[in-house]
Design a protein around this ligand. Structure first.
Ligand SMILES: [Zn+2]
Length: 807
């Protein structure tokens, strides 16, 4: 293809556009050759610069070549190249489009003649890259909407395996003018990526891994257009008030059923979360004054939070109790030494918020009091009429509990009927312990019903465990948050087609089977089960995820692998599903072994072996599989309930291998004629300076050696610190080696591991550990050489290589 032909095409396009009998088109690429240029203003904002980088990153993955980027003033008037104008430019303003006058978060994709305009209502003036979705970034949404709707890009989940970019040689965009503003003013799912005190380090995560997961999640959530254009504040508002004000104002705090109030010396449930006395007039004055002060100091905030603290211990003083209608739905109340049923507290809370609203009066017009409908006050009020100054964030829905969900639908409808401004703030993503589940359709229908009945936005708590086990849920949810009018089934189809391509039929069966399983779990009632948020789920994993079910699911994956043979992207996504099933099997067995544990050597050995298997699993998969670090740590190591269910106590007695260092970068050389051994490639003195470098986190095929099968060598030099001298055991763990390998240290072979499909067809993806106690010499520099043999498909070291110690 040469330039003359390209120009001809553009001329034809113009004439067709001018003639008006059919739509014209802009040609960005022809036969893989870039014809267009990306144009920005002289000084593009951070949002625009990020939008251009994202556009070119995806166009490069699609066509192999980026488009040139120029500022508007650098263009020659005679330059006939088609233009992609991103953000505000003189030309877009001349065409009647500018970011400041567009509604916040609104996006425009206009294709006309030789111009493609991508811009939106931006309200982020901080000029930083990357832009994050905590303010209106419409131009970025225009680019994402264009990549998705016009070019077929899909972002299934964070990271490379979740990104699907179709390959194209021609990119031709027909004329059109598409505008969209997401109807939900806040589309938020909490990432759960905060790493409390490097807690996830205890599970084997390194700071580099947590940083990478954070970057990938942030990119994905922006691409799925989670974000907001309004800043409503909610959240438990009175943490530590008992500590700070309890001495001076004892009457501000909750009365227990025995008639005594909580004090800093005698708090309940603890000092941080003690409750208030909702009817104390002086306290109401204080809360309102603080709220006004907050709003005046934070011009961005549309509300201040007046949500009670989390957990139990609500006020039982006669004045507060008088506001609780006896006919209210019963809720469970907990106090020191006693639990009892008590009517819903919603009327009291609504009265309390109304009192704060009265004290606001006409101060801070257009701004609100943020309140939860949650816990003992999540049912709608029966008597009190809610002030229009109060915004409710409703906490409900749980797809492992059908009965609770029915009540949630009624509650939502009741709050909606009050006419209040209403947000959805569910904890439903926290349930299910990261097991494979699919409630995408049921959640989708509830989201749509909430939208039809007044939902302004969402705040989901939080991404939990990992995405591969529940991927369609996140895809359908984020798709509906952007456009709640889309068909749930169409979104599911979009996910399945993009994720699995030729394997879509068996994978539809796979996810449908999980949907049926999830509904079975939701319908199940076990009166003896532990009534935590997961309502008996853990106790019943042995029933729900029995061998028959897991084998049926594995069968769908096997059929899918056959259908997708040769498609590395699809195979990687199928592998993630397989990992999810392996995870379910380990957790199920561990849960059962803990329940059967009687302290005998046999039952202890069984629990110990499974705990070790789980440790190995986490070590192998934290890198490629984790989402929501905080909740992984919470579930696996911190929560007392989960530790009891999954082996806490016994776990502490395990020898815990500790990580010394990770070996990521190696020198690499293929060895098609098997010369390495005789030429001394294993020797410490061998000069490997001419070898290329390679990462041990991915197969060699993805790093410049596509299609190579056979022998290849990895070498690295290791400075073994003198401080390692005191360690009882030292070992190297290869996260996975595809397929066989020999390990040499300073020229001497110390280990050989042969892959034989007849013995263990999965050995290529399992961790392999080699004891190097006595072989590594602390205080010296040593040479590691790994000779790998791969008979076909992907090959080499492709998971973290870690040096471990035990004391
Ligand atoms: Zn009270």
């Amino acid at each position: 293809m040469h330039c003359g032909q390209a120009t001809w095409r553009i001329v034809v396009t113009l004439i067709i556009g001018w003639a008006g009998w059919t739509a014209g088109a802009v040609t960005l690429y022809d036969a893989g050759r870039p014809l267009a240029v990306i144009v920005t203003a002289e000084r593009p904002t951070g949002v625009v610069r990020h939008a251009v980088a994202e556009l070119n990153e995806h166009l490069t993955a699609m066509t192999g070549t980026a488009l040139p980027v120029v500022v508007e003033s650098a263009l020659d008037g005679a330059d006939a190249r088609p233009r992609v104008l991103v953000g505000d430019t003189a030309e877009s303003r001349a065409a009647g489009l500018d970011t400041a006058s567009l509604d916040p978060e609104a996006m425009v994709v206009r294709c006309s003649g030789t111009r493609l305009f991508l811009l939106g209502g931006d309200r982020d003036d901080r000029n930083r890259v990357p832009a994050t979705a905590d303010r209106a970034i419409g131009t970025l949404y225009a680019v994402y909407g264009f990549l998705e709707s016009d070019l077929g890009v899909r972002w299934l989940w964070p990271g490379a395996t979740g990104t699907v970019v179709p390959r194209r040689a021609d990119v031709v965009i027909p004329d059109g003018d598409r505008r969209f503003q997401p109807p939900l003013i806040q589309r938020h799912i909490r990432p759960g990526l905060r790493d409390w005190d490097n807690a996830v380090g205890k599970l084997g995560m390194t700071p580099e891994m947590t940083a990478r997961l954070g970057t990938e999640y942030t990119a994905w959530s922006a691409r799925r257009r989670l974000g907001r254009r309004a800043n409503f504040r909610f959240g438990h508002a009175y943490n530590n008030w008992l500590r700070d004000y309890g001495k001076e104002h004892p009457e501000w705090f909750a009365m227990m059923p025995d008639g005594t109030r909580v004090t800093p010396e005698k708090p309940y449930p603890n000092l941080e979360r003690a409750k208030l006395c909702e009817t104390n007039p002086e306290l109401l004055d204080f809360i309102a004054a603080r709220g006004i002060e907050y709003l005046e100091k934070n011009p961005d905030a549309l509300s201040f939070s007046a949500c009670p603290n989390d957990s139990r211990g609500y006020c039982m003083c006669p004045t507060c109790k008088a506001l609780d209608p006896p006919e209210g739905l019963p809720t469970e109340m907990n106090y020191p030494g006693q639990n009892f049923q008590y009517p819903s507290l919603s009327d009291r809370m609504v009265w309390h918020w109304n009192q704060i609203a009265l004290r606001l009066g006409d101060r801070c017009p257009g701004r609100y009091i943020g309140a939860y409908a949650y816990s003992n006050y999540n049912h709608p009020p029966l008597r009190e009429k809610l002030s229009p100054r109060v915004v409710i964030a409703y906490v409900g829905f749980n797809y492992l509990n059908a009965e609770y969900n029915e009540q949630s639908r009624r509650d939502w409808a009741g709050w909606s009927a009050t006419g209040c401004k209403l947000f959805l703030r569910p904890n439903l993503l926290l349930v299910g312990h990261g097991f494979p589940l699919n409630y995408a359709r049921d959640l989708g229908r509830d989201i749509q019903e909430c939208f039809r009945t007044g939902m302004l936005g969402t705040d989901f708590d939080s991404m939990t465990h990992q995405y591969a086990a529940q991927a369609p849920i996140f895809y359908v949810l984020t798709g509906l948050l952007w456009d709640p009018t889309r068909s749930v089934d169409a979104l599911l189809d979009e996910f399945l087609t993009a994720a699995y391509g030729p394997a879509v039929a068996p994978m539809r069966q796979y996810w449908d089977r999980l949907e049926a399983l999830t509904r079975d779990i939701a319908a199940y009632r076990d009166p003896n089960a532990d009534h935590d948020r997961d309502r008996g789920f853990h106790e019943m994993t042995a029933v729900f995820y029995n061998d028959e079910v897991l084998s049926e699911l594995r069968g769908f994956l096997a059929a899918a692998r056959t259908a997708a043979a040769g498609d590395e992207g699809v195979l990687a996504r199928l592998a993630a599903c397989q990992t999810a099933l392996d995870y379910a099997r380990i957790q199920r067995d561990l849960r059962r072994a803990v329940a059967d544990h009687r302290g005998s050597p046999e039952t202890t050995a069984r629990v110990t072996a499974l705990l070790q298997e789980k440790q190995t699993f986490f070590r192998q998969h934290l890198d490629d599989w984790t989402l929501g670090l905080h909740h992984v740590y919470w579930r696996e190591a911190r929560s007392t309930t989960h530790r009891r269910l999954y082996g806490g106590g016994i776990e502490e007695s395990l020898p815990r291998p500790n990580e010394l260092t990770r070996l990521v970068t190696w020198r690499f050389q293929t060895d098609p004629d098997d010369r390495g051994d005789q030429d001394g490639w294993q020797a410490a003195a061998f000069d490997d300076a001419a070898w290329k470098t390679i990462s041990s986190l991915n197969a060699w095929e993805t790093q410049g050696w596509a299609g190579y099968d056979g022998l290849a060598w990895y070498r690295c030099r290791l400075e073994v610190p003198a401080a390692w001298a005191g360690r009882k055991r030292l070992a190297i763990e290869f996260g996975a080696v595809d397929e066989s390998f020999r390990l040499y240290v300073d020229g001497a072979m110390v280990h050989e591991s042969l892959f034989a499909a007849s013995d263990d067809p999965d050995l290529w993806k399992k961790p392999r550990r080699v004891d190097l106690t006595g072989i590594l010499k602390p205080g010296t520099t040593q040479t590691l050489a790994v000779r790998v043999h791969d008979s076909g498909g992907a090959g080499g070291l492709w998971k973290p290589v870690v040096l471990l110690y035990e004391d």
